[in-house]
Design a binder for this molecule. Structure first.
Ligand code: GLU
Length: 459
């Protein structure tokens, strides 16, 4: 039997982190098992569903490298199938028409409340055949009347509910539309889903859904209800995949970080997408809630900024630079900038900020740095530095370093007295990477131009 899983978001919002984790675990399980990952957009809530959200979900999965193998299927395209299935269940006697009026249902609720019971439909129409002509009705499913329902969940273990807790719930409303717990099962049966992987908040629905599989004469799939994620507040985590993408997070980091919300593999923290596919399994998914930690997420992203090939990271960086108004292409210089600067940034947006001075010479000199490092007597040494750099034939960090070191020795000046004025001239401040690398990453012409400009502006 080949594994088929589905990710079934409703298109009532963007793909946020909680749902992305559900998508990820489905995707990883499918890849691990050589199975099929299906996308189903649950769009039956017409009032709240929007096309742009469906598009955004597809786009987000694509950016993550988790595009579905099948789908997106749309529930709205399947309306006839639901009507047909309700008719079949009525025919079989597995479901029935209920003609209770809203007043009767209200009386039922009040009676239960007065007797201190949970409100529950009492089965009035379950076995009646005296159907009133032309009156509105809903269709209810016949739930088992005794015993219990046990779900052997791959994550939650064996969970049992007494059927007393459940009532004959509505599968078709009086306007003919089907309800959620019904369509999910019809879809999962038709799509031959073998493993239903979703948030633990759906566990209660599962007890209602299991009898529907039975009524349809279908095999119940395996279930895996993923632990909840704490700390997904309005501010954090409820941000969408696209928000994180635009903030300069890498898809590898999103997958890596989210995989660890519930799943683990020893103490290992950093996993490539391929490793995740190879290692993932429900044996290592815990039951307790995990918590969303933005700082840790940033740390994982920092790690991925360091791990990608510099040319690859440069390619991903270009759109951010364009956004900031810098028209650049991936070339040797950009790759060199990436190598030099990436350790100083947690995201591609921060990398842009940290590296601005490579792309523009329009910056203010940092006043404090100027005050501290630019001294009247320092001018001759910077002049000589420029002269010596002008004579260099090879322009790399070693040759540049050689110039600084020999000048320091010859004139008996400390490195900082040359390095800090250099940094200020080239970048506007003293916070930049190793000065030899910095100088060598600029072209010779540009480095010297800025040094000369600094000499004129600062001293
Ligand atoms: N549409 C449901 C949701 O977005 C998921 C249903 C399911 O996975 O069974 O929460």
């Amino acid at each position: 039997m080949s594994v088929r899983v589905r990710f079934a978001p409703s298109n009532t919002g963007f793909l946020h982190m909680g749902n992305t984790r559900t998508a990820l675990f489905n995707y990883l399980f499918a890849r691990n098992q050589g199975g099929t990952f299906v996308l189903r957009i649950e769009d039956t809530d017409q009032a709240r569903s929007e096309e742009r959200f469906a598009d955004a979900i597809v786009e987000a999965l694509e950016w993550l490298g988790m595009s579905p193998d099948e789908g997106p299927y749309r529930q709205m395209d399947r309306a006839d199938r639901y009507v047909e299935t309700v008719a079949e269940l009525l025919e079989k006697g597995a479901a029935y028409k209920c003609f209770c009026t809203p007043e009767e249902l209200e009386a039922m609720r009040e009676k239960a409340a007065a007797e201190g019971r949970k409100p529950k439909y009492d089965g009035t129409w379950r076995d009646r055949t005296d159907h009133p002509e032309g009156e509105p009705y809903v269709v209810r499913i016949k739930m088992p009347q005794e015993g219990s329902i046990t779900v052997d969940d791959l994550v939650q273990g064996s969970v049992t509910v007494d059927v007393e807790e459940l009532d004959d719930f509505i599968i078709q409303r009086s306007d003919g539309t089907p309800t959620y717990n019904f369509v999910v099962v019809v879809d999962d049966v038709d799509m031959e889903i073998t493993h239903v992987i979703r948030g633990a908040d759906h566990l209660n629905n599962t007890f209602r859904q299991v009898p529907v599989y039975e009524a349809l004469g279908a095999t119940t799939p395996a279930f895996a209800h993923l632990p909840l994620i704490d700390g997904l507040s309005k501010r954090k985590g409820s941000a969408s995949v696209q928000d994180y993408r635009d903030a300069g997070f890498l898809p590898e980091a999103v997958m890596n970080y989210l995989s660890r919300l519930g799943w683990s593999h020893g103490d290992q923290e950093i996993f490539s997408p391929q490793e995740l596919c190879d290692l993932f399994g429900f044996d290592s998914v815990g039951r307790s809630p995990s918590s969303f930690d933005e700082d840790k997420f940033r740390w994982v992203n920092t790690e991925w900024m360091k791990r990608l090939e510099p040319a690859e990271l440069a390619t991903r960086w270009v759109p951010f630079l364009k956004n900031a108004g810098f028209e650049v292409e991936v070339d040797e210089t950009l790759v060199a900038i990436v190598e030099l600067m990436r350790e100083r940034a947690a995201t591609l947006v921060e990398l842009t900020e940290e590296s601005r001075y490579f792309f523009t010479d329009e910056f203010e000199y940092d006043e404090k740095a100027v005050k501290k490092w630019i001294k009247e007597g320092g001018r001759p040494v910077v002049e000589e530095l420029i002269q010596r750099l002008e004579k260099l034939d090879t322009w790399d960090a070693d040759s540049v370093g050689g110039v600084y070191k020999s000048l320091g020795k010859d004139r008996e000046v400390g490195m900082a007295k040359m390095a800090q004025p250099t940094r200020i001239s080239l970048t506007g401040s003293t916070s930049s990477p190793s000065v030899f690398d910095l100088v060598a990453t600029f072209s010779k012409d540009e480095a010297l131009r800025r040094l000369r400009r600094g000499l004129a502006d600062l001293f």
